[in-house]
Write a protein that binds this ligand. Structure first.
Ligand SMILES: Nc1ncnc2c1ncn2[C@@H]1O[C@H](COP(=O)(O)OP(=O)(O)OP(=O)(O)O)[C@@H](O)[C@H]1O
Ligand SMILES: [Mg+2]
Length: 362
């Protein structure tokens, strides 16, 4: 296991080197923070780091921050090796996210014990991470392979309803219609999962284009009209501007607005109302979807943007709890924020507002 040491104190480094070799670590020794940061990246992110917080160039805290912020999907165990000092230093280090704090001069046996424990934890965490990745990949592979047969089934069902395979009694047609609905739900779930997978892998398309936001809003409303009209919902579009151009992947913007509207329709009882609003504020645009439905409890609001999160009262409605998660990934990838304003009072039916903000390029 590789271990990176960033310390200018030769005495300590020499002793460490001996201990590390005995424990079968491969040490990479650096004398400054910048060098450590460079070699951390060029050595495939060693899982254990021993850092002196008082490095000559960038501080150990800054180095720690960079290490923690670099998203690599790998485990890193960071130990601060500091001169004896104030208790506050130790507290500050733990608050900044170190895993262990050892005071100089250190006892060889204590250092060995702590490094063994570091090795144990890194191995455990890495195994968990690997398993997690494997599981995720499996889910996405299965999802992907489900797509084609689902589309085929949907098409065959449609053709059967149209009578291509001969005349069918009304009762059969009714069953086929219901099946078509279920297939559509499944397909939408599969598409959401695949979309999420792409964002998680950091593989978002860069073919962003100037997109007419209001046109996309109108398209979503048109596509959803049959559903909200059937429910007798009063849906309107409020806009304080005639044109907003956003630099974004068009299909993704549509997914976000579509999902917010789809949720509002799903969670608002018949004859309720929904307002889609577009507001331009300086170099930003705020899009809101307000409904008069069951609303969201304040303590649940933030949670709903997590994967597979569904509010306690929503289990009866169709869905997987991926929509808002996907919305968040898309909006954040484009430098925006998405939020939920929960219902005002405890009573259901006071509605809720989901809104997102995106920067507008003039
Ligand atoms: N307008 C809303 N009113 C009340 N609750 C909502 C509203 N929008 C979302 N929620 C709550 O947030 C949860 C998560 O929404 P999300 O769009 O992520 O998933 P979903 O609609 O349940 O399923 P999916 O979008 O994957 O088909 C919902 O299950 C519901 O509990
Ligand atoms: Mg949804």
């Amino acid at each position: 296991m590789k271990i990176l040491i960033a310390d200018k104190d030769n005495q300590a480094v020499k002793l460490l080197d001996l201990i590390l070799k005995e424990l079968k670590f491969e040490p990479i020794v650096c004398n400054s923070g910048e060098e450590a940061w460079r070699r951390f990246q060029s050595n495939n992110f060693p899982p254990v780091l021993i850092i002196d917080p008082n490095l000559p160039d960038i501080s150990g805290f800054e180095l720690l921050k960079r290490v923690r912020e670099s998203k690599r999907g790998k485990v890193t165990y960071v130990i601060f090796l500091a001169p004896r000092g104030l208790r506050e230093n130790l507290i500050a280090a733990y608050n900044a996210g170190v895993d262990d704090y050892i005071v100089k001069p250190f006892y060889a046996e204590e250092m060995k014990a702590r490094l063994r424990s570091a090795k144990r934890l890194v191995t455990l965490q890495s195994n968990l991470l690997d398993r997690n990745i494997l599981l995720e990949e499996m889910v996405y592979a299965v999802t992907h392979d489900m797509r084609t047969p689902l589309i085929a089934m949907e098409m065959t069902g449609k053709q059967a309803q149209e009578g291509i395979y001969g005349d069918l009694p009304e009762s059969y047609k009714k069953i086929l219609k219901t099946t078509e609905g279920s297939l559509k739900d499944l397909l939408s779930m599969v598409d959401n999962l695949l979309r999420v997978a792409r964002y998680e892998a950091g593989k978002i398309e860069r073919n962003t284009e100037p997109v007419d936001l209001l046109k996309v809003c109108q398209e979503c409303l048109d596509e959803l009209r049959p559903i909200y009209e059937k429910k007798g919902l009063n849906v309107r579009l409020l806009q304080d501007t005639l044109e907003v151009k956003l630099t974004i992947v068009r299909q993704d913007l549509k997914r976000v607005i579509f999902n917010l509207l789809d949720n509002a329709i799903k969670f608002t009882p018949a004859r309720g109302s929904i307002t889609l609003s577009v507001q331009k504020v300086q170099d930003k645009v705020i899009v809101g979807v307000q409904d008069s439905g069951r609303g969201v409890r304040a303590e649940e609001a933030k949670e709903l943007f997590n994967r597979f999160a569904r509010a306690s009262g929503a289990r009866h409605a169709p869905g997987t709890g991926l929509g808002l998660y996907m919305c968040r990934r898309i909006i954040e990838a484009h430098g925006g924020i998405i939020d939920c304003i929960p219902r005002k009072s405890e009573g259901e039916g006071t509605g809720t507002t989901f809104s997102f903000m995106l920067p507008v390029q003039n």
